[in-house]
Design a protein around this ligand. Structure first.
Ligand code: ADP
Ligand code: MG
Length: 319
């Protein structure tokens, strides 16, 4: 017998996520009712993953569940918000129990890691698509934004860049993705690093569309320019090898889906920021400086400086 919508929600989602005392009413009523502390601001974001656009048809459902939540938590991390609650709108071609079991397990385990409660959603039939809305909290006035970068600030990123892009490239060439595949399928939102940078960073963004594009958003919003030192970019051994092969900086500069944080900070905050982020198990690495003007320039190891656009990586290719 096919599962009813009620049974499906009950079975796969009523206990998903982490239980929280501030959920006055969760799944089961017309709306969720959430207790927001008086001295905090609510931080809200939403992102959709569509099969065939954001993930390949037949993709492991556990990874889809993980990633749908991870990309939203990454947005909260970029604002230095602490994640609290999520809703999940699922459009499914059929109520496939093994798909739902794996999806819900991937979603729930990441939710529990971050103490996030699933408090509601919607379930409809149609082409596979997953929309998550994430709600977080930040002390009033304490959110990091894109518009606070100032000339003289350092630019830094967490983790390593280009791994997800390398995995995608390998898979599109029919090659096994190896270690970088994990970065593409199960990105780890840098929530703890975002919290550690509260009060220290002047601007922040998460890298979903590639470093140049996302740092470009900070530069536009802050009306400043940026210089990136290519040799300082933090690269995994696999990405370093790919870059060395052709002096092609496409992967770390322009490939998306890494979900690392890119932040700017006044130099006097650097030591404290690096130490605090290190305590979260992630490395924060300086990659350049904010200056006056507009646009992004990259300095190569030989000192050569070139202006780039969001997809201007070709400038660094030796033809
Ligand atoms: P309504 O008709 O009032 O929109 P629904 O029948 O769609 O209510 O949903 C019943 C309850 O189950 C609601 O609390 C809703 O938030 C929740 N819900 C529905 N789908 C999901 C889902 N995929 N994940 C979590 N909660 C869900
Ligand atoms: Mg409904």
């Amino acid at each position: 017998m096919p599962l009813s919508e009620f049974d499906l929600i009950q079975r796969f989602f009523s206990a998903a996520g982490h239980p929280r005392d501030d959920v006055v009413v969760g799944i089961g009523d017309d709306c969720a009712l959430l207790q927001v502390p008086a001295d905090e601001q609510l931080v809200v974001t939403t992102d959709t993953l569509v099969e065939g656009i954001h993930f390949l048809p037949g993709c492991d459902p556990g990874s889809v569940g993980h990633k749908a939540l991870a990309v939203n938590l990454s947005d909260l991390a970029a604002m230095a918000a602490r994640p609290a609650w999520v809703t999940l709108a699922l459009t499914l071609p059929a109520a496939d129990e093994s798909w739902l079991t794996a999806f819900s397990a991937g979603f729930s385990s990441l939710a529990r890691c971050h103490d996030v409660a699933l408090v509601g959603g919607d379930t409809t039939r149609g082409p596979l698509s997953v929309t998550v809305q994430a709600l977080g909290l930040v002390p009033s006035g304490g959110a990091l934004r894109r518009n606070g970068a100032r000339p003289g600030d350092l630019i830094a990123v967490t983790g390593t860049l280009g791994d997800a892009g390398l995995a995608l490239r390998r898979r599109s060439e029919g090659v096994a993705a190896g270690e970088p595949g994990h970065r593409l399928d199960r990105p780890q939102p840098r929530v703890a690093a975002g919290l550690a940078l509260r009060g220290l960073a002047s601007a922040a963004i998460d890298i979903s569309d590639g470093l140049l594009a996302d740092l470009g958003h900070i530069c536009s919003a802050s009306a400043v320019a940026a210089v990136i030192e290519l040799e300082s970019l933090p690269l995994s051994p696999a990405v370093r090898e790919a870059v060395k092969g052709g002096d092609d900086w496409t992967l770390p500069l322009s490939s998306g889906d890494d979900y690392e944080l890119c932040v700017t900070l006044p130099p006097e905050n650097w030591d404290q920021a690096q130490a605090r982020v290190a305590q979260t198990g992630v490395r924060l690495v300086q990659i350049g400086r904010i200056g006056e003007g507009s646009g992004i320039r990259c300095r190569a190891g030989d000192g050569r400086v070139t202006a780039v656009t969001a997809n201007g990586y070709q400038h660094f290719r030796r033809s």
